[in-house]
Design a protein around this ligand. Sequence first.
Ligand code: SF4
Ligand code: SF4
Length: 357
Amino acid sequence: MALSRPAPQRYQLVETRLQERVGDGKTRCHLCLWRCGLKHGQRGFCQAHVNRYGTLYNLSYGILSAIDVGPIEAKPVRHFRPGTQVMSVGSYGCSFRCGGCHNLEISWGVTALDDLARGESTAAYVTPAELVAAAQRHGAQGIAFTYSEPAVWLEYVLDVADAAHAAGLYTVYVSNSFVTHEALALLPGKIDVLCSDIKSLDDAFYKDICQAARVSQVLDAIAEAHRLGIHVETRTNVIPGRNDDPDMLRAIATWVRDHLGADSPWHITRFFPAYKLVHLPATDGATLWRAHDVARAVGLTNVYVYDDKGCDCAQHNLPIAMYLDQDPSAVHAVKKCAESCCGDEGILLKKYETPRS
Ligand code: SF4
Ligand code: SF4
């Protein structure tokens, strides 16, 4: 398991928080439920963690793919510090591959993570202290980890959370909840709010976007976060023909009522066509309000409909250097891992040691 250490002042590989040597040359990552078992030179499903000589490292520590400031209600979170502003940040790497994901370059970031592995990235590097200072400069009262899956970036998320709390800011974690109990156990005292997707109650739906995922695992993680005392709100992005069956929406609302409480907020958002689901129409308002009505009928008291809002994956790459108020050429300098971090070979992996033609 990783040791506590000061946040690096410049880009370098950072040891993965939850790792275990399991024999046969493999080290297992326990951040999300993929629990990837990796050999030297291999990267996990998310592409953000790499095995170097038996130790797992996070490639994306301090690397921002997107940033924005707006109301906490847009996360969507409505029952925690309403009326406040939150700085949202995300990085490259996700544990899912949703057919309707809106910006694959930012949320999956396969090319960006390849560039980091090669030591050729110019993505913005930001220390936790710099990020908190930027949030304060822009009048935010909190920091939200969103746009992709924060569990695959947990080393940075936890360091930022500590710095944010020390500065009096709250923290929000927007997640698909395909996460381990071990990773959830690191959140109390650092993460104030979990806003989690419940995408469907159909295993086939989850299997389609993540071969390893099952509904029961996602629901169990959400319930565990609630048990740990984290403020939980849930969200379902209703997709025509995929998860808009009223019986299933009723079942989601019933699960929220029974496991999180009748007053637990449930957010219903509109699907907008993207990627593999570009052929589907946007969700019509009547479907969203039907979901609202079935949820109210089973006794959920705080049900919110968003006619204008989709899921929270990044829509476009916002001007990170501007938010940080720093010299763009410094923020976007080439990221090469310090030799003192992982040895003379730098971070180049076997797979990438041949120069690109
Ligand atoms: S965060 Fe998840 S997908 Fe990424 S390496 Fe760890 S277990 Fe695999
Ligand atoms: S929609 Fe969210 S959970 Fe799904 S692939 Fe995109 S960033 Fe990941």
